[in-house]
Write a protein that binds this ligand. Sequence first.
Ligand code: N2P
Length: 342
Amino acid sequence: MRNRYILFVLILFALLMDDSIGQKEQLNVFTWAGYVSDDIREGFEKEFGVTVLVDTFASNEDLLTKLMAGATGYDIIMPSDYMVSILIKQNLLEDLNRDNIPNFGNISPLFLGKYFDPENRYSIPYTFGTAGIAYDSEVISPAPESWAVLWDAQYKNRFSMLDDQRETIGAALKLLGYSLNSTDPEEIRAAKEKLIEQKPLVKQYKSEAEELLIAGDVVMAHCWSGDAFRAIETRPTLRYVIPKEGSSQFIDAVCIPKSAPHKVLAEQFINYLLRPEVNAKITAFTKYGTCVPTAKAFLPENLREHKFIYPPKEVLESLEWLRDPGDWTRHYDRAWEEVKAK
Ligand code: N2P
């Protein structure tokens, strides 16, 4: 009798642990490091009675490779602008059902109808920012003005570059006075040679530069604005500059892959992100700009109009969007492979 009782308890326990019974629905988010905070995740979990799992990628090309390789299971992904165009072309994105996203109306028109998804059928904006150079003002003085500082041999092994083919080739293209979106094979070749020349000086190619800057592993990093901004909170001697030759600006989007197992839940998550008070948490955490104007009321003063988020007009004018280079992608792919293989 006692044995039967134990057996009964064991079976009951096994049933409760079984995935299919009493399991909460799980939303799988695939995004950039430092992009979805615990309070955003937990707020959604509590309210919707689900689990949110966050996995990260280091570049748009990493995301694309995973999706092309048939990764299923992701409900939410956060590609940047030009990658949204590529994913649309590859037929990898789901049409968003706006009926499930009533907060779409909270988005500023400034961030809608962009070239990569003119009707926002597949994407809503998450954040925006720039790429530039973070540097320790106590070590690097005077303040750098040009991308050339990343080729200065005195900083050998003391700086990192983004592990991101379009951004890093882009920095070299800009240094040489070319467009980030060059389709001239000579220009791309010259940028590649520049990066090969630079490689012995580079401590690390890393997209999560914030960690290196905070740890003091580098005194300078090619990085994105929000990551620099976050690092500066811990290390106040750090500064961020957009070199005079110009740089990239981006909008990172929220999309649902065609293969998403929980499409409606994903739309509910998008709708949740677009609530002003939740959207403010995105900026408070990531230090990138908000696309929801009413979110500003929930932001501390210093984040409402900060120059890292809203660069002055003359800097803005020097920025370019990365675009899908179409067939030229393979030239960028090959150049990057060669740099990394050296
Ligand atoms: C955040 C990375 C920003 C993404 N850590 C740049 N598109």
